[in-house]
Design a protein around this ligand. Structure first.
Ligand SMILES: Cc1cc2nc3c(=O)[nH]c(=O)nc-3n(C[C@H](O)[C@H](O)[C@H](O)COP(=O)(O)O)c2cc1C
Length: 280
């Protein structure tokens, strides 16, 4: 289903969830919430460039998002050089649409600044374990989410690109990322060629818990979700067809287990360690 940004929240949620909220506050039915609820990733763009002042505003908005302990451990690298952009697009091979995106930014986790502060103050950095990475990952992810929310609310289309981590060392070198700075995800954005598709999500009954985590009815809910997606939003192509063959009931869970039947980015831990992080 495509979105009408002026429609009310109810049909948007109905397209997204098998168990949409039955009621919602009228006060929540704003342009921003409709944009957030009805959003979808965009991988096809008009040629129009995104004005530089708008990009700057979006960066400022993204970096205003919450940050763990006010540590501010995320940075955005805007790719303006056509040469770097071309090389970045080559490094995310297999995703041809990236090369045609009007603008690409790379959201990075940055634990380096914190370590520099320690150097400057002559105080040892003692938090040198997995937490240092985790905090920076969270900060980068939150900033990316905020950027996407703001950009989409202003009529832009966006798609994150985790594929920048496929060749993380090469991307690091290309962007001259020093130790303790790492790419979390790229973000392609621009004016969308068409309205976003509302991709169905798992029912709220299995992803939204009250007081305690629970898995009652999970398997049935996933099967029902699989069938609904296969009917209303069938996948264009099936992963690893040669290995698994054609599945007429190919749904979300089939896609996900096929995806991780093979490792992705299994060198990423080595890259992160090479960037100076300890993962214990
Ligand atoms: C951190 C992150 C990385 C992503 N990386 C890619 C990517 O490399 N290529 C791509 O086409 N989509 C990528 N996506 C987009 C997801 O595939 C998309 O959000 C998901 O399929 C749900 O679709 P929707 O955003 O349209 O609801 C990424 C999304 C996130 C949050």
């Amino acid at each position: 289903m495509t979105t009408d940004p002026h429609a009310s929240l109810q049909p948007i949620f109905a397209a997204r969830f098998a168990d949409p909220p039955t009621t919602h506050e009228d006060a929540a039915d704003t342009d921003l919430i409709r944009s957030m609820a009805g959003r979808g990733s965009c991988r096809a763009f008009l040629d129009d460039p995104v004005p530089a002042p708008l990009i700057e505003t979006l960066c400022a908005t993204a970096l205003a998002a919450p940050t763990k302990s006010d540590l501010q451990q995320r940075d955005i690298v805007l790719i303006q050089s056509s040469d770097i952009r071309q090389r970045l697009a080559e490094l995310v091979a297999g995703q041809a649409w990236v090369a045609d995106a009007p603008m690409i930014a790379v959201f990075c986790g940055n634990n380096r600044r914190q370590r520099l502060l320690h150097d400057w103050h002559g105080v040892p950095f003692a938090n040198d374990h997995l937490d240092a990475l985790f905090n920076a990952v969270g900060d980068a992810a939150i900033a990316l989410g905020a950027f996407v929310t703001a950009a989409e609310a202003l009529g832009l289309g966006c798609c994150p690109i985790s594929a920048v981590r496929n060749e993380a060392a090469a991307v690091s070198e290309l962007l001259q990322l020093p130790s303790h700075v790492f790419p979390f995800a790229g973000l392609a954005f621009g004016y969308p060629a068409s309205a976003p598709l509302i991709s169905m999500r798992l029912p709220l009954s299995v992803t939204c818990h009250v007081d305690r985590y629970q898995e009652a009815g999970l398997r049935d809910a996933v099967q029902t979700y699989d069938r609904a997606r296969a009917e209303t939003q069938p996948y264009d192509k099936q992963r690893f067809l040669a290995t698994f063959g054609d599945d007429p009931d190919y749904g979300w869970s089939t896609d996900k287990v096929r995806q991780y039947n093979a490792p992705e980015r299994d060198g990423f831990g080595d890259y992160i360690r090479a960037q100076g992080f300890k993962l214990d």
